[in-house]
Structures are given as structure tokens and as C-alpha cells.
Design a protein. Structure first.
Lengths: 339, 466
């Protein structure tokens, strides 16, 4: 579409005629579209030289060197004592090395997967707000990689792919992907959050010591985070989970008030009605609501397509599900399909 | 109007109804749009972006007897038979007004929404000759004003060439002469011939009121249609018995007896509106036609009441709270050019869109093909890839030296649309674009292929499936 002068033409298709190939989806640049994008702050400019980082890294390197040396001398010592003891020690040591390598690899792939999901989400956001063909393709290719091998996504993916040949605007196609691919995942995510919230409520209520329930709540929340991340296609290793937790905290801080109504619910439930019945159960309920909030934030962070404002789950509908203990349509113990 | 509004308001509780205004000048594709819309909903076509349908919430769709007994029924079955028949023909131009009621039964999302009416939505659609729409601006004009604007327009570039016979006739008419019925009828017929000439394919002008002159419906030969503009001073008041007096009287009756009932009966109570615009035909004819289309659209669209509805406006005459401007026949272009087509339409209707936006009505622009008659392909010609469309051009269509007989299939490159919408109006694109018209497609698995019909439906009525 660069040549300005190209007259209209017609090519009659005969038996041998022109070679015609099927359409290649490629859209030229978008003209005159405006969208409000959050400005990115470059905060790295005035950063000081990272001496602390160098200190920590060099100390860590020193410790690993020492560990390596210690293990090497240990193995040599064993070899000096007897050959078969030496071989045994060597094999144990290499097994340990292998495990360390595997863990490192897993951490790296976990972080890479997290970055990939972030990348997809950025592209999806661009596609929806700017109506960009290129971003839509990037996002859809990413989603294909993410869910291509999953049995539970086979049907939604097939349905979504059946629309590939139709003329649909980029942003509409992204919304279609949101509806067809994300909706089944969202339903299951809600179940995950509700189950964890129920568990937190129960644990807080029955734990004898206050200090103990902090540990329980933290463990349940971390578990929920990993479960949600896996559910949406992530590979939450330890570092990835930590990073995810940080993102969730930031997300909670950004979304700020988290709707005034939750606080009202908390006051009513925690200090009011349930608190009167039983102080512990009141606390449990508050912890449960907190878990729901963290769960929703985690879901927003893990989701490869940003949830549109109007279909963002309200806490109220989640709470309804929490209260629905073993309800008519939910099986609380029912796990998720993990690839 | 208030009575009609009250009645609508009361019946809206028990029978929720959307009055969908399919607005468009003649040959913009109103009949095809209505037929395709009804067919898609009845047959459950693939409409992935129409959410209620795609989520399977629509239980049943069927046609019901329409609410207004004094209107003929929209000949849906006939139009469909024409499209599907062995000769595959587009519907002929509409000659009279007709109405259709489509009812959708759906799963209500909330209990209360379903409690009162059981999840039913009626969609009332009116089809009418697009020429009649041109009459709406006459509501605000006197005979003198109308004469003056019509005359001054006919003395400028695009029209002047076709107005010769009428101008000659006009020179012989004296406004103050005594009435001679033969003269009146003769001048009316010459004036009608001038309007018809301006509307022909190669000229494709749009602003040609009065519309009944071009499409008289059942009024052919009626005295209501025998008047024509005269050379008159803006404040001249011709005495009784003169030619001008008779013409002015007939003009006033025309407005009072034809335009007003048409407008208040069908346009003043709309809920949603889709404005179909055939931008490509105007581009085919040249920048004058595009400019004229813009004028005609803006004149017509000022007559509609857009804005958000309040309780009070619900009682006394509704406002249109959603307007979709659609560039029809988008299938005559490769989809990579649809953005540019939308930009041109956005430019043409910018005044109406701004007005709708200011009053709080939602509006959108889409390139639409209710029935998609072409496929897409890329033809490589001298090392350059041309994004083409493939279909069977209608008999009689000509591109360069190629004449089509209605059986040959062809890949057509219609030219590049201007990236800057304003250039469609300034004439720098004259002769660089040529859009052929194609025959209707063969049905694929029971439904017509379409371009963005689902998006249009979702925008127009998607929020009514609560």
C-alpha cells in the first residue's frame, strides 16, 4: 500500500489464468487512532552504582566456590580412603549438582514463562485499545503456545480457530479470544479462589494460636497463587512465585480502595454479626475475604488477556460462591486440570 | 407523537421492543441489510461477536405479525427467494414502505428481567424507499427557500450539465402568470427528469428532494406531486390564482400530507439507528458525488433526535441512544482497506456523529457487508502483490476493456483508497478507483457470509438481552 498510483484492475480467472493465492492477513498502519496509554516512568536514570548488589553477588560466588572446594576435597578424601567410597561420593555429589542445575533451569523457565505472559498481556492490551493487527497476532500466537498442548483448552481453542477466516477487527478478535478462551478458565479460577478462601476461614477459626494462623493464611495464599498461575498457563517456580506475589501486592496497591463495599462487608461480617457470634469465626471470615481479594488480584496478574472492567468479578459474587459450601453445582475438592 | 410515545412506554413494560431505524439513501442496501439480518437471526448464522447469540442465550427467533396494521409486511420471503434463486439477484429498489417484526426469546440473565416478560424481545424494522428520506429536510423549509436552494444548486458544476432542459423550461415560466394546469404538469415532469438524471450511476448525486418525485409509490400522477421550483424572491408572496401560489400550496400540502406523517409515523419513535451509506458508489462517480453525499447525509441526519433517554423522554417521544454509521458493500474492497473506508465515512458524517456524541448517544463507524459476495485473494502482477477480491461481477459491469456477462469470475483490484479521508473529497482521487458490483454469493452451510454484521447487531441491540 505504499505506491500512490495504482489504477483499478480486473483479472478474469480462467482455467489457466492468473495464479491466485489465498489471502494473507497483514494490515497496514493504523491512521489517526488515539488511545490513552499509561506513561512509563524511567526511574533507572539516577540510580547509583549497585555496590550492594556486587557485594552480595561476590559473597555468593565466594560461598559457592568454597562449597565447590569443600565438596571436591571431600570427594578426594573419600577416594584417598577407598576407591568405591570415592565413586559413591562422586555420584552423590554429581546428583546434587544435577538437581541444582534442574532447579535453576526450572526457575529460569518459570521466570521466562512469566515474562511471556506479561508480553502477551501487553500485546493484548495494545490490540484492544489501539485496534492493532500486529499486536493481535502477537498475542494470539502467544496464546497458541500457552494453551496449544492443553487437553482442557482443546475445545475452546478449536472454536476460536474456526473464526480465523472471518473478517473481524483486531480489537474485536481479542475480545472474542477473551470470551472463548478465558471464560472457561475464569470459571475454574473462581472455584480455586473460593476453595482457598473457605479453607482459610476454617483454619483461622479452628487454630488455637494467633501466630499459627498467620502461617496458615500465608501458606494457603501462596498455594493459591501457584495454583492460579499454573491454571492460566504459568510455571510458578519459587522465584516466579515470589515475583508474582510482588506483582499481586503492587496490583492490590494500585487498585487501591478495592471498592468501598468490601470494607463495609468486612465491618459487618468481621466486627459485627459474626464477631458477636464468635470472635474467632469473625476473624476467619475477614481472612477469607482477604484471601478472595488477593485471589482476584492474582487472577488479574496471571491472566494473559487483561480482564475488561465490566466482567471483572465483583467480590460479592465470589463471596456468594464461598458461602456456597459444597453447593449444588460445585465440588469443593475438585482439582484443576494441570498440563 | 406524545400519544404514540405513551403507548410505546406502556407496552414496553410487557413487550420490550426495539424500534430499529434502518436509515439510508436509495441504493445504500437497506433491503439487503434487513433481509440478511433477519435471515442470520432466524437461521442461527455464525455471529461470533453478537454475544447473546454466541453464548447460546437465544432460544428461539421467529417472525411475528407486525404491530402496525396499516403497513404492508416486509416481503422477506420474496427477497430471500430472489437472492437464493437460480439467477441470484439482489432485491429490486424498494417502492413502498413495509414493516417486519422479529421476535427473539432469550435466557434472561437476571430473574427480574425475565420475570415480567419471560425474556422476549421484539425487533421492529421498517423498510422504505431511500429517496423518501430526502424529504425530511423539507420539514423546515418554505416553498421559497426550497426553490432558492434547488435553483442555486442546479446552477453549479456537477448539476449544471444535466439541468439544461429544465432551465430552458424555467425561463418560460412566470411566477405571476395565471394558473395553467398543463404548464404545471409539464414543468413538474421536466424537473423530475432532471432529478432522475442527477441520480444516474455516472453522476450519483444524493441531495435530490423531493423524494417522491423519484419514487412516487402509490402517488404517481397525484396533484401532490405536480409542482416545481420557480424563480422567486425569498419574501415574495404571490397573489391567489397565480402559478407561484398554486405551486407553493402544493408544496405545503406535500410537506403536510406526505413528509410529516412519514416522519412522525416512523422516525420520531426510533430506539436505535443504523445509517447505511454507500460510500463506494459515490467514490465511483467522483468527488462531486462524495461531497453531495455528505451534504445529503447531514441534512437528513439533523432531523433525528439522538441523545440519552430519561424517564421523561421515555414518556414523551424517545430519543435514539445508539447510532451506527455503516459503510455498506464493504465486500467490494479487500479487508485491508476497510480502515480507510471507515475513516472516509467518519469524515463524511462527522457533524452528525459529533452531535450524537454531544447529546450522549453512543455512536460507532463500521465497514459492513450484510451479505458478502466476494472472497479475498492476492494477485501478483509484475512482481507487485495486489490485494484483490474475487467474485462474479454482475452482467453489464465494465472494468477497463473487460466486459462482464454475469458468469465470468474475476479477481478485481479496485484501487487504493486514500489514507487521508479528506482527499476523497478534494478530487485528487478522480479516476483511480473503480468498484464493480457483484452477484450475490452462493449460500455456504445455510447462511450468508457477511462482514461485521455480528458487530453491528451487537452494537445496536446487544445490550437489550439483560
Amino acid at each position: 500500500m505504499t505506491q500512490p498510483k495504482r489504477g483499478p484492475q480486473a483479472f478474469v480467472i480462467d482455467a489457466e489464468g492468473h495464479v491466485k493465492t489465498e489471502i494473507a492477513f497483514a494490515r497496514d498502519e493504523v491512521h489517526g487512532e488515539l488511545a490513552v496509554m499509561p506513561t512509563a516512568f524511567d526511574r533507572s536514570a539516577r540510580r547509583q552504582f549497585p555496590w550492594a548488589g556486587i557485594l552480595v553477588s561476590s559473597l555468593f560466588a565466594l560461598v559457592s566456590l568454597w562449597a565447590g572446594l569443600a565438596i571436591t576435597t571431600l570427594v578426594e578424601d573419600f577416594f584417598a580412603r577407598s576407591a568405591w567410597l570415592g565413586w559413591a561420593a562422586l555420584s552423590v555429589a554429581s546428583l546434587a549438582g544435577l538437581a541444582a542445575l534442574a532447579i535453576m533451569l526450572r526457575e529460569i523457565t518459570g521466570l521466562m514463562r512469566l515474562r511471556k505472559i506479561e508480553h502477551i498481556r501487553n500485546a493484548a492490551t495494545r490490540a484492544i485499545t489501539l485496534d492493532e493487527q500486529a499486536s493481535t497476532q502477537t498475542a494470539l500466537a502467544g496464546l497458541d503456545v500457552l494453551y496449544g498442548g492443553r487437553a482442557d483448552m482443546a475445545l475452546p481453542l478449536r472454536e476460536f480457530r474456526s473464526h480465523a477466516g472471518e473478517i473481524i477487527d483486531p480489537s474485536d478478535r481479542m475480545k472474542l479470544a477473551n470470551r472463548l478462551l478465558m471464560a472457561p478458565l475464569d470459571a475454574e479460577a473462581q472455584r480455586i479462589i473460593a476453595r482457598r478462601a473457605r479453607r482459610v476461614t476454617l483454619l483461622t477459626t479452628v487454630t488455637p494460636a494467633a501466630a499459627l494462623d498467620i502461617i496458615f493464611v500465608a501458606a494457603q495464599n501462596a498455594g493459591m497463587l501457584r495454583e492460579l498461575a499454573t491454571h492460566y498457563g504459568g510455571r510458578p517456580s519459587t522465584l516466579a512465585t515470589l515475583k508474582l506475589a510482588r506483582m499481586v501486592v503492587v496490583h492490590l496497591a494500585i487498585t487501591g480502595g478495592l471498592a468501598l463495599s468490601d470494607n463495609l462487608i468486612q465491618h459487618l461480617v468481621g466486627k459485627g454479626l459474626l464477631g458477636r457470634l464468635s470472635a474467632r469465626f469473625g476473624e476467619g471470615a475477614v481472612n477469607g475475604i482477604l484471601t478472595c481479594r488477593i485471589g482476584l488480584a492474582a487472577r488479574d496478574v496471571c491472566r494473559p488477556i487483561p480482564a475488561s472492567a465490566n466482567n471483572r468479578e465483583t467480590l460479592a459474587s465470589l463471596l456468594r460462591e464461598v458461602v456456597n459450601f459444597g453447593g449444588k453445582d460445585k465440588k469443593p475438592g475438585d482439582g484443576i486440570a494441570v498440563p | 407523537m406524545a400519544v404514540g410515545g405513551l403507548r410505546d412506554f406502556a407496552s414496553g413494560f410487557l413487550n420490550p421492543t426495539v424500534r430499529l431505524g434502518v436509515t439510508g439513501l436509495s441504493r445504500s442496501g437497506k433491503t439487503v441489510f434487513i433481509t440478511a439480518l433477519v435471515h442470520a437471526l432466524l437461521k442461527g448464522a455464525r455471529l461470533p461477536l453478537f454475544e447473546a447469540h454466541a453464548r447460546g442465550r437465544i432460544r428461539r427467533a421467529y417472525l411475528e405479525p407486525q404491530p402496525d396494521d396499516d403497513l404492508p409486511r416486509f416481503a422477506y420471503e420474496e427477497h430471500l427467494a430472489g437472492l437464493l434463486g437460480p439467477t441470484r439477484l439482489w432485491p429490486e429498489s424498494t417502492r413502498r414502505i413495509s414493516q417486519l417484526r422479529l421476535t427473539l426469546e432469550y435466557e434472561p440473565r437476571r430473574f427480574f428481567a425475565g420475570g415480567l416478560h419471560g425474556g422476549k424481545l421484539h425487533i421492529d424494522i421498517v423498510d422504505y424507499p431511500g429517496e423518501w428520506l430526502l424529504d425530511l429536510p423539507l420539514l423546515a423549509q418554505s416553498y421559497q427557500q426550497w426553490s432558492a436552494t434547488t435553483l442555486s444548486a442546479s446552477r453549479k458544476a456537477p448539476r449544471l450539465a444535466h439541468a439544461k432542459a429544465w432551465h430552458q423550461m424555467l425561463a418560460t415560466l412566470k411566477p405571476t402568470a395565471p394558473v395553467d394546469e398543463q404548464v404545471v404538469m409539464a414543468s413538474a415532469s421536466v424537473f423530475t427528469a432532471y432529478l432522475a438524471r442527477c441520480r444516474a450511476d455516472d453522476v450519483s448525486l444524493s441531495a435530490l428532494p423531493p423524494g417522491r418525485f423519484l419514487m412516487p409509490g402509490d402517488l404517481a400522477g397525484s396533484p401532490l406531486l405536480s409542482f416545481s421550483p420557480l424563480e422567486l424572491a425569498p419574501d415574495a408572496m404571490p397573489g391567489p390564482g397565480t402559478l407561484a401560489n398554486l405551486m407553493a400550496r402544493r408544496y405545503d400540502s406535500y410537506v403536510a400530507k406526505i413528509v410529516k406523517p412519514f416522519f412522525y409515523g416512523h422516525f420520531a419513535r426510533l430506539d436505535r439507528q443504523i445509517v447505511l451509506v454507500d460510500v463506494l458508489a459515490a467514490l465511483n462517480a467522483g468527488p462531486d458525488a462524495v461531497a453531495d453525499l455528505r451534504v445529503a447525509l447531514n441534512d437528513v441526519l439533523t432531523c433525528f433526535r439522538t441523545g440519552q433517554n430519561s424517564l421523561l423522554s421515555g414518556l414523551f417521544g424517545k430519543r435514539i441512544d445508539r447510532v451506527l454509521f455503516a459503510a455498506t458493500k464493504a465486500d467490494l474492497l479487500h479487508h485491508t482497506s476497510h480502515d480507510r473506508l471507515e475513516n472516509i465515512l467518519r469524515h463524511l458524517v462527522s457533524a452528525a456523529a459529533d452531535r450524537a456524541g454531544l447529546r450522549g448517544a453512543a455512536h460507532d463507524v463500521a465497514a459492513l457487508a450484510a451479505i458478502r459476495a466476494t472472497r479475498e485473494a492476492t494477485v501478483t502482477e509484475r512482481g507487485e502483490a495486489l490485494a484483490c477480491i474475487v467474485g462474479t461481477p454482475r452482467a453489464g459491469e465494465v472494468m477497463g476493456k473487460t466486459h462482464f456477462d454475469g458468469t465470468k469470475e474475476a479477481a478485481v483490484f479496485p484501487g487504493d483508497l486514500p489514507g487521508d479521508a479528506a482527499r476523497a473529497l478534494d478530487g485528487s482521487f478522480a479516476g483511480q478507483l473503480k468498484f464493480l458490483r457483484f452477484r450475490p454469493p452462493v449460500l455456504t452451510d445455510g447462511a450468508f457470509p457477511h462482514v461485521r454484521l455480528d458487530r453491528a447487531i451487537e452494537f445496536l441491540i446487544g445490550d437489550r438481552f439483560a
